[in-house]
Structure formats: C-alpha cells, structure tokens
Design a binder for this molecule. Sequence first.
Ligand SMILES: [Zn+2]
Length: 129
Amino acid sequence: MGEENINMGFPIKGYDVCPDCGCADCIGAETIRELKDKGKIPEEMFANGLSLGFPLYDPRKLQKMASQALLGSTPKVSTLKVFLAICKNCKRLYVREVDLLWQEVTVQIQTQQRPQTQGFPFKLPFSKG
Ligand SMILES: [Zn+2]
C-alpha cells in the first residue's frame, strides 16, 4: 500500500560462536531441538533460536493504524528482533543477530464495532522466530 519497508542497515550480524570461549553450542538450541523432536513445539518455532522482540512504533498512532487495518489497508509496525544464544560452556549470553522486521497490523476485534484499544491491540505474527 505504498509503504516501503525500511531496512536501515539491518540485519546486523552478531556472533556465530561464543565471543569468550569460542564454543558453538548453546543451551537454548539444544532444548528447542529436543522439544521439536518430541513434537512438543512446531518445527517452525524458534527457527533462529531464542529471540526477543521490541515493538517500535508511535503509540499515539495505534488507533489510526487500527482503523486503517479495519478499512482494508495494511499498515505496518516495526519490531526490533534480537536473536540470542547462551553459551553451553561458559553460560555467557550473546547476540547472534539483530533484525528489523516490518509486520502488518492485524486488528483483534473485541466487540462488534470496536477495535481493542487497551494495552497492545495488535497481534504480531512473529513468523521469523
Ligand atoms: Zn562461552
């Protein structure tokens, strides 16, 4: 809808292995692998390991974006996604990658007419992590 994705130099590459001891094994990845093997979580979840998401948007514009979404337009919000790893050897937490994702706003309708405006009103489909 005419809204360009702005990459601003992302994704930013972090460390492939532990910057302290060089160990490539990380605690989270092994646990995730085991849970996937046992069918406890779907294969597509945590495809890039552990991650934290920080939604970056102007909260004053949420209402406007919600009404745009209701009208069939697809406004997007940016989320800073930080992919993390915990070294299996020395337990150091380090960053593997930082990415900026643009995700379409999905309005969750609470009543017949009204978009939800309390708290965080949008469902963000974190498809990448
Ligand atoms: Zn380490």
